[in-house]
Design a protein around this ligand. Structure first.
Ligand SMILES: O=C(O)CCC(=O)C(=O)O
Length: 261
């Protein structure tokens, strides 16, 4: 098991993201991940897409176990400190030649969480790179505070996006990750991803963690559940979730709940 070096932690603090850690899952395990993903897709209704697989770690043990992988938790602990919980997960999939775009945005603009102290793990189920619509980040942009968003364009899979000219797009860095590997990003970093013009799939599983002092406004997200992953929850700000027992099961709710109200 590896931990983040002091340099990596400092780099995360100043740039707002981190890549280059050894892969979490080997080739054989990636095959198992994809098999689990396929089983999960089989549970979707006809009018649903992979984007509707959101928060299913609450009912699917297979997903919960990925989210609580000890190596992933070690890295998150190195960034958030000893006491933190899991609260979110979703698949962000782009099929070959998909025009789907994730517009430039800041996660914390969407989330009714405070204070802002959350880390997202982006786990690659396929190789992701410049050619197939990998995520891009604006290094250091997490330090600039929240920027006003506007209603997103049609091809976007989110509801809000940043106004043009509010940041320097030419400083963007593409987060290329081999299948089984991860990136880590801060909840205020400006990020997004372009379409996938290639013949390859681009499948990412994003997992969200917050330190235990972070409180959710339950009026805005009544389904919110915290799953303590490490340490102790001295604050007890949030309802706790029950660890799922079924390997593959979907929650009652399934629609995206990312709109900021
Ligand atoms: O997968 C992507 O392209 C974007 C992911 C994202 O927006 C997020 O993790 O918050």
């Amino acid at each position: 098991m590896s931990r983040l070096t002091r340099e990596q932690q400092e780099s995360y603090k100043s740039e707002g993201y981190l890549i280059g850690m050894p892969a979490i899952f080997n080739e054989k395990e990636v095959e198992q991940l994809r098999a689990g993903y396929k089983r999960t897709l089989d549970m979707l209704n006809e009018d649903e897409t992979p984007s509707d697989i959101i928060g299913w770690h609450q009912t699917s043990r297979w997903q919960y176990d990925i989210c609580s992988h000890p190596q992933i938790l070690d890295y998150v602990e190195d960034l958030l400190g000893p006491d933190f919980y899991l609260w979110g997960s979703e698949f962000i999939t782009k099929s070959p030649r998909s025009g789907k775009v994730v517009p430039w945005h800041q996660d914390s603009y969407y989330w009714p969480l405070s204070p802002h102290h959350s880390v997202t793990v982006w786990l690659a189920f396929t190789d992701v790179d410049e050619g197939n619509g990998a995520m891009k980040v604006i290094p250091g942009s997490h330090k600039g505070g929240l920027v006003q968003h506007k209603i997103a364009d049609e091809a976007s899979i989110l509801s809000f996006q940043l106004e043009d000219g509010t940041f320097r797009e030419d400083s963007a860095v593409t987060l290329s990750i081999p299948a089984g590997g991860i990136s880590l990003h801060d909840d205020a970093i400006i990020h997004g991803s372009p379409a996938n013009p290639s013949d390859r799939w681009r499948i990412g599983y994003v997992i969200r963690y917050s330190s235990t002092d972070v409180k959710c406004d339950l009026e805005k997200n009544p389904k919110f559940k915290a799953y303590l992953m490490r340490g102790e929850d001295r604050y007890r700000h949030n309802p706790q979730g029950d660890i799922p027992t079924d390997d593959f099961a979907r929650p009652e709710f399934s629609k995206r709940i990312r709109k900021r109200s």
